[in-house]
Design a protein around this ligand. Sequence first.
Ligand code: PMP
Length: 462
Amino acid sequence: MNMITNHMPTAELQALDAAHHMHPFTDGAELAAKGVRIITKASGVTLTDSEGYEILDAMAGLWCVNIGYGRDELSDVAARQMKQLPYYNTFFQTSHVPAIALSARLAELAPGDLNHVFYAGSGSEANDTNMRLVRHYWAAKGKPDKKVIISRHNAYHGSTMAGASLGGMTPMHEQGGLPIPDVVHIGQPHWYAEGGDMSPEEFGLLRARELEAKIAELGEDKVAAFIAEPVQGAGGVVIPPSTYWPEIQRICDAHEILLIADEVICGFGRTGNWFGSQTFGIRPDIMTIAKGLSSGYVPIGGSIVCDEVANVVANAGDFNHGYTYSGHPVAAAVALENLRILEEEKIVDHVNDVAGPYLAEKWGQLADHPLVGEAKSVGLMATIALTPDKSSRANFASEAGMIGLRCRERCFANQLVMRHVGDRMIIAPPLVIKPAEIDTLVERAARSLDETYASIKSDGLL
Ligand code: PMP
C-alpha cells in the first residue's frame, strides 16, 4: 500500500476511512456516503482541514483542548519522558516520578481534603473506578448493601458499561440493555426544557429534592453515592438554577451517601475556577477528571478522592482494580506540564476575569435572534436553545434535533465548529480564546442562525 499522508487527495483519504475506520457516535453508512471531514493540523483555536479551510474550533475538540492547540512545551515533555521512561506501571508497589509529581500537584489544586488520585485512561474509565471504589468503600465499612448509585436523566458519564449506565442518555441505554443493575436516575435541573411555569429557583429546588425522595424510597442503607456533572455538558450545557446545588449539598450532608462530582468537562478552568465544584459551591467526596487535565494532548483521566474514602480503602486490603495505563508516565508528565501552563499563564483567571464575561456579553446578545429561546453561559461553556416561539419555549414540530443539525451544518459552512444537542447549540472553546476571536465566533454563530432561520422558513418548518 502507498504511504498514507496529509498530501493525499481528500477523496482517497475519505474512501480509506469509510472502508476501515469505525467512528464513535456516528451513523456509519450515512458518513460513508457523505465523506468524513479530515483535520490535518491546528494552532491556537483554529483547525485546518484537508481542503485548506481554517475553522474556529468552538468546542476545543471534545471540550478538552483547554490550553489551545500547538503548544510545543507538551510535545517536548512527552519526547523527553519517552526517552527517560516511556512506560512503567503503578501496580505491585511501584511508582515513578511523573505519577508522584502529578498526584501531589492535583492534591494541591483540588479543593478540601481531596488529596488522593487513582488514575485511568479516560473519563469513562475513571467513572468505572468510582463505581467500584464507592461500593468497596462501603463494604469495607461493613455496609456491603450500600451499592446503588443515583444519577440523573440526560447526564453523561462515559461510554463504558458503567459510564453509560451512570449516564442518563436513553439512546445509549437502548443499545445493549443498560443501565446495569443498581444504577437509578432522577430528574435533571433543566428548567428551560422541563420547568414549565415554575420559576427557575422553584424548579431547581424541586429537582434537587428528588434526590432526597429517591434516598427515602430506596433506603439510605442501600445508597452508595450520587453522581452529577456541575454543569451537564453533553446534555446540552444545562446550567442549573442557583437553588439546585446548595440543596443537593444539604441532602448529601444530611444523609450518609457519597457525592461524586464529574468534573471531566468542568475541571481545569472551564467554568472560571479550577473546578466546577468551586463555581457552584459543591463539596464532593470524589471528583472525576480527564479532558482538560492534559488539554487532550494525551489520554489520561482519574478520580481525586477525599481522605476518608482513601484511608478506608487503603486499610481494606487489596483494591482489585486498575488499568495498564493508570498513571502512565508520559501522560502524567504531559498533564503536569499542562497544569504548569494553566497556572503560570493565569489561564483560569483569564476565563474568570476576561474571556468568560466577554463571552457572556456577546453570546447573551444572541438571545435577541428570532430563533433563539435562551442564550446562557458560565465561564467558557455556553448554550442557545432554538425555538419556533420565544415566549412559550416551544419545540419545533419537526423531528427533534433536525433544526439543530441544520444549524450545525451552516456553522461548518461558516468555518465554525459548534455542536448541536437536539435543537440546542453549544460551545466550549479553548480557554485561551481572545476577545477578538470571541467576536469572530459569535459573528459566525449569528450568521449561521440567520441562514438556518431563512432555510427553515423557506421550507415551511416555522
Ligand atoms: N464524564 C463527562 C462529564 C464527560 O463529558 C465525558 C466525555 N464527554 C466523560 C465522562 C467520558 O470521558 P471519556 O470520553 O474520556 O471517556
